[in-house]
Ligand binder design. Structure first.
Ligand code: FAD
Length: 291
């Protein structure tokens, strides 16, 4: 029964990691640091900090990662995109991270600054994430995570060519893939099994987005090719004015997805926290991950 593991006692066999974004204001920074303090006792394997669209948060990402290094025992992973930058610029950022003690990079291509604009590489830059991975490995022996898309990336012609792209990133030196969010455990598990046939032993970690606001999620999903099932809309119908009820539904839903993944053998979960601790904390608790 897929539900049993959810409510089992702490099992000690689950790893988690948390993703944050760099705050824009002092108030947002305070929320982020409260969330980090709340989640830190769960001993995540790493915490990652995103890089704004088109590299727009270069300084803020760096500052957030450095503060994690300085003020916590957590292992940071810095997201880095190659869109709109030369190889030299990227290599310098990577070098600075290495010197600051950062050993893990989430290496991404990124998207063009204008929504919907077709991707075109910088003439002096890395053309895609696979090239970026190879470039980073040449700078220093970073641990590298890359993005994976169980439902395919919008730029890919087919599931097969999308998988080939992931294989190129792995062959360039990536240690692990973290997926875009999804709502079907079967879809992830099939994707994982296909990958395992092609590259046995490579780690693939599901990215879990606890959804408490369908409209916001739809906006993210439009940009990244994740499908929002119709039942998700129905599930949140009538809850617009009931934020606490929405949170409970969100935790239940994500908890159930994680339970199904656990039953399918998944032992590492990556949470898109949106800088809020409560949902990720509650779901970890259900999974038996305790302080
Ligand atoms: P790539 O792997 O380079 O490629 C994306 C797609 O383009 C491929 O699936 C493939 O279909 C096609 N493609 C690439 N190369 C080729 C080729 N040679 N031939 C044919 N087709 C090709 N964005 C940010 O801006 N900042 C972040 O911090 C950030 N963090 C993310 C974290 C995770 C876990 C995920 C899943 C995504 C994240 N993104 C982030 C979004 C990401 O930048 C976008 O999805 C972007 O459109 C693709 O990046 P990628 O690294 O997957 O690109």
């Amino acid at each position: 029964n897929g539900h049993a593991p959810l409510f089992a006692e702490a099992r000690g066999d689950i790893n988690v990691s948390f993703e944050f974004f760099p705050p824009r204001t002092d108030a947002m920074a305070e929320t982020l640091w409260r969330s980090i303090e709340t989640l830190a006792p769960l001993k995540p394997r790493f915490v990652s900090v995103t890089y704004g669209a088109g590299g727009s948060t270069r300084e803020r990402t760096h500052a957030t990662v450095e503060r994690i290094v300085r003020e916590t025992d957590l292992t940071p992973a810095a997201h880095l995109t190659c869109v709109g930058a030369t190889r030299d610029e990227i290599d310098e950022i990577a070098c600075n991270y290495w010197e600051a003690g950062v050993r893990h990079i989430v290496a991404l291509r990124g998207d063009m600054p204008e929504p919907g604009q077709a991707y075109s590489p910088h003439p002096g830059g890395y053309a895609n994430a696979a090239e970026l991975v190879a470039g980073l490995k040449a700078v220093a022996p970073f641990e590298i995570s890359v993005a994976a898309y169980p439902e395919g990336h919008p730029d890919s012609d087919s599931a097969e060519s999308d998988l080939d792209n992931l294989l190129r990133k792995i062959d360039a030196g990536a240690d692990r893939a973290i997926t875009q969010f999804f709502f079907s455990a079967d879809c992830f598990l099939r994707y994982r099994d296909t990958l395992a046939e092609r590259r046995p032993g490579i780690e693939i970690v599901p990215g879990i987005l606890p959804v408490s606001n369908v409209a916001t999620t739809r906006r993210f999903a439009g940009q990244c090719g994740a499908a929002i099932p119709q039942w998700l809309d129905r599930l949140f119908e009538g809850l617009d004015e009931l934020p606490a009820a929405r949170q409970l539904v969100a935790a239940t839903l994500a908890g159930e997805l994680c339970g199904q993944l656990y039953a399918g053998g998944v032992r590492h979960f990556h949470f898109y926290t949106l800088n809020r601790a409560e949902l990720a904390y509650a779901i970890c608790h259900l999974l038996g991950v305790r302080a």
